[in-house]
Design a protein around this ligand. Sequence first.
Ligand code: FPP
Length: 250
Amino acid sequence: MPRAGTSVARAEPAEAGPLPKHVAIIMDGNGRWAAARGLPRVAGHRAGAQAVRRTIEAAIRAGVPWLTLYAFSSENWRRPATEVLDLTGLLRHYLRNEVTELAQEGVRLRFIGELTRFPPDIQTELTRAEQVTAANTRLNLVIALSYGARGEIVEGARRIAEAARAGTLDPATLSEEGFGATLLTAGIPDPDLILRTSGELRLSNFLLWQAAYAELVFLDVLWPDFGETQFAAALAEFARRERRFGARPG
Ligand code: FPP
């Protein structure tokens, strides 16, 4: 059961305060949603895909320019083979059937993660989706697939070390910006708001470098039940927070 006390589920309008430029979401609770209804886990993931649609619409309506969704972690490959097949099947279906509509709505798609671990036909669809939406500007939608932050950081460090060994980088000149540019999120603003559903209070290897100053909001709602009301509640909570980025209040 979702834990009590972590919710910010008051559906207050967010107009009063600042709007996050980038909202990143850990979509959790599909399995528990299905179990609570005596349904197989795949039914929870299917309902989760509907919540993805609602959330994209909500972000567009709210005017949030960047939205990142954690759809599949590097660790998710360790789930039973049938569930991995269900999730990749759902992703394939989503890419084949939804990209045209997303493109028409002005959504630009970008995928981050170890994309080469997916079957070749899915990789082709991912590239196609990025290409056909490349000129869109209404909403930047980043989908994290086979993503893990530690692996991403190690890969960045490896690239820096190789550049230093090749003599093209002086380690003394390495900056936070320079390191950030080696990550999969190069060119993407850091998230201002990270949201996790299902009452779990963890980041689970999601955007660890990029989360440095993000506001964290944990909602008790299971992901398939997430929609515009919960999105608005999270924006309202963000608007109430005082962000100081380590500095003293002025
Ligand atoms: C977490 O719930 C959710 C996932 C591991 C997969 C997320 C996938 C979707 C929302 C649908 C597909 C998305 C796209 C973009 C096509 P869980 O299974 O860990 O739930 P539990 O913790 O209750 O078991």
